[in-house]
Ligand binder design. Structure first.
Ligand code: MN3
Length: 207
């Protein structure tokens, strides 16, 4: 098989996010779930050679223009690859806080950090079934929180994702069982705000 997409390395050890996310969950999430998405995306695109020059970001942004032969595969497996690669990078073992500059943007668009956190938490805790909670930016640089089902990407809706929380059960079930709200509350301790801020600065080239 032609491996168009390769797995990215985790930027930390499997146990680095403990106690918020345990080592075994990270090993299975990265080594089985994420690997599965990468393998299946490669299968979907193997014979669709005319799309091999496109980035995954371009494919997801232009999802509605893709032929039916690859549309659903790119949405599900391509979304799975993109979303998880973002997820790995927005987490960090360091306990970071948003910069003063980024905090000003949060205050501007949500009123306060607490209000932003409450909106994001509500989506992450109550999204029915499997999906993701997101902090995104639009073309104008406005910050927006939203949820998506399954592996759907905000890119397809014309938004650029900055931060995500995976609320599929495989992201938390071994440690938290049915207590998704507890996982979401703890997630705030492992956010890589430097990476989120870097994406915000780079957004102009990406939407
Ligand atoms: Mn996942």
């Amino acid at each position: 098989m032609h491996y168009l997409y390769l797995m990215i390395n985790l930027p930390y050890a499997f146990d680095a996010l403990e106690p918020v996310i345990d080592k075994q969950t990270m090993e299975i999430h990265y080594g089985k779930h994420y690997k599965g998405y990468v393998d299946k995306l490669n299968q979907v695109l193997e014979s669709a050679t005319e799309f091999h020059q496109k980035s995954l970001e371009e494919l997801l942004r232009d999802l509605d223009s893709l032929p039916t032969s690859i549309h659903d595969g790119v949405r599900d497996f391509g979304g799975g690859v993109y979303n998880h690669e973002l997820f790995w990078q927005v987490m960090s073992p360091e306990n970071q806080k948003p910069s003063d500059d980024f905090m000003k943007k949060i205050d501007r668009d949500f009123g306060s950090f607490d209000s932003f956190k409450e909106s994001m938490n509500k989506i992450a805790k109550t999204l029915f079934g499997s999906g993701w909670a997101w902090l995104c930016t639009d073309k104008g640089g406005n910050l927006i929180v939203m949820g998506t089902k399954n592996q759907d990407s905000p890119l397809t809706e014309g938004l650029y994702p900055l931060l995500c929380i995976d609320v599929w059960e495989h992201a938390y079930y071994l440690k938290y069982q049915n207590r998704r709200p507890e996982f979401v509350d703890n997630f705030w301790d492992i956010i890589n705000w430097r990476y989120v801020e870097k994406r915000y600065e780079n957004r102009k080239n990406n939407i």
